[in-house]
Design a protein around this ligand. Structure first.
Ligand code: KIV
Length: 267
């Protein structure tokens, strides 16, 4: 039976009912279709796309058009899914009207259900404006990959009392501004749990422990689709890198040894 379409209201209800929310990134139509069929609740066309699929060193070079191109593919692959488009660096920080126009492209052109923005107090007015305009917003605090240059790298956030208090204040401000959910990335589990218990919007954690309302993972991490490091916050459910490598190697060998194509593969 096809799953009913989830909405922002569904996620609030899931939090109230203590039902965990599962989110995973998707970057193309086949991946989105398979993820949606697995029963995940939300797909994120993350700006991690820059690194996972486009070969950039970090998320900063990703353009709005590149992100939208992939968001459209994800929608085609998962017509019923709740899809969040992750706005790239400098597509929403410069000017409020430009940010609303750019966010609107995820809704109008890629048929996304919401957008995600990284940032703290400085983007609260923008979140309010987007929500008033009719664009659902997922906020993203803690480790923010779009801020690695100023943070000095990928660092766990909220380790000190001051930082933890600032994170809580930011999440409360986003709730007040109308955000429907917030991603908590790489913050101590106890801090994430405390924040989760003090707001009514769902918290979606990555590297934030088990006390958040949901979890998000980068699909390449959980599929083992890389040969570099496994981030501490990820669990590798299979080793797609090795499976693909082996398949390509067998294909190469078959062609070299003239075992492929056979009569069966020919016309
Ligand atoms: O871009 C992304 O994949 C993300 C998740 C890590 C939350 O922002």
């Amino acid at each position: 039976m096809e799953r009913r379409k989830l909405t922002v209201a569904s996620f609030r209800k899931m939090k109230a009912n203590h039902e965990k929310i599962v989110m995973v990134t998707a970057y193309d139509a086949p991946g989105a279709g398979i993820a949606a069929a697995s029963g995940v609740d939300m797909l994120l066309v993350g700006d991690s796309l820059a690194m996972t699929a486009l070969g950039y060193e970090n998320t900063l070079p990703l353009t709005l058009d590149e992100s939208l191109h992939h968001a459209k593919a994800v929608r085609r692959g998962a017509p019923q899914a709740f899809i969040v488009g992750d706005m790239p660096f400098l597509s929403y920080q410069l000017d409020v009207n430009e940010a609303v126009r750019n966010a609107g492209r995820y809704i109008k052109e890629a048929a996304c259900d919401a957008v995600k923005l990284e940032g703290g107090a400085e983007i609260v007015p923008l979140v309010e404006k987007l929500v008033r305009t009719g664009i659902p917003v997922m906020a993203h605090v803690g480790l923010m990959p779009q801020h690695i240059q100023t943070a000095g790298g990928y660092r766990v956030a909220g380790r000190t009392e001051d930082e933890a208090a600032r994170l809580l204040a930011e999440v409360k401000a986003f709730e007040q501004a109308g955000a429907f959910a917030v991603v908590l990335e790489c913050i101590p589990a106890a801090v994430a749990e405390a924040i989760t218990s003090q707001v009514n919007i769902p918290t979606i954690g990555i590297g934030a422990g088990a006390g958040t309302d949901g979890q998000v993972q980068v699909c390449n991490d959980l599929l083992g689709l890389f040969d570099r490091f496994v981030p501490r916050h990820a669990k590798k459910y299979c080793n797609l890198h090795d499976i693909m490598l082996k398949a390509f190697q067998e294909y190469v060998q078959d062609v070299k040894e003239q075992k492929f194509p056979t009569q069966e593969n020919s016309f």
